[in-house]
Write a protein that binds this ligand. Structure first.
Ligand SMILES: CC(C)(COP(=O)(O)OP(=O)(O)OC[C@H]1O[C@@H](n2cnc3c(N)ncnc32)[C@H](O)[C@@H]1OP(=O)(O)O)[C@@H](O)C(=O)NCCC(=O)NCCS
Length: 166
């Protein structure tokens, strides 16, 4: 098992997207999808503070957060990463796309790279994700990636787990 932090931040290149470290210059484009502890940033300053906390979590070995860039245009289109569970050899996968980049396949490609990294490099023994019953786009994304629904929490949040070995 090889968990964060790494000697150099692991950028992962696929056919359509590159998962890479988020730079200060990216933050202005990411404000509307910057969250920490379920609070959404509304200013660049708040998003910058959130990114510092996320970077601290990475250095403490508790998470890894990638920016997703479109390889064709170099635009940053969203973020994804593992945010909880690493201390138990597991990873809660989370993701968000800027609204203008939804419906084009970016997240399916990005999550596939993150899953491959989680299994083959980090050595995670379980990958899961939480969403809500109403979030049909997230449900479609997870099912497309071979996640299966394993629990309903309080009738609102639902838990999906990656089916391994398929
Ligand atoms: C969840 C979320 C990332 C899904 O975004 P998305 O754009 O539907 O997902 P993808 O980028 O993988 O795109 C897939 C869609 O693009 C379509 N698409 C278009 N061109 C494509 C291509 N070249 N390759 C693959 N898919 C393509 C697919 O058919 C699919 O549409 P469909 O679901 O209507 O069939 C997005 O809705 C989001 O950011 N939501 C808010 C945050 C959130 O809910 N996160 C989930 C936490 S688990």
């Amino acid at each position: 098992m090889k968990l964060p932090p790494y000697n150099s931040f692991p950028n992962i290149s696929g056919d359509k997207v590159l998962l890479r470290q988020i730079l200060t210059a990216d933050i202005k484009d990411l404000v509307e999808i910057s969250f920490y502890d379920s609070v959404q940033a509304t200013t660049v300053q708040q998003a910058t503070e959130m990114l510092s906390k996320i970077n601290r979590d990475y250095l403490d070995g508790n998470s890894i957060h990638w920016g997703i860039s479109d390889k064709l245009t170099d635009n940053i289109v969203g973020t994804c990463g593992y945010y909880r569970g690493l201390d138990k050899g597991e990873g809660e996968l989370g993701c968000v796309l800027l609204p203008q980049y939804r419906g084009q396949g970016f997240m399916t490609f990005a999550m596939s790279l993150a899953i491959e990294f989680g299994l083959n490099i980090m050595g995670l023994n379980r990958i899961w994700a939480l969403t809500s019953q109403q979030n049909q786009d997230a449900i479609k994304l997870l099912e497309r990636l071979n996640f299966v629904r394993i629990a309903d929490w309080d009738g609102s949040e639902i838990e999906y787990e990656l089916r391994l070995g398929v």
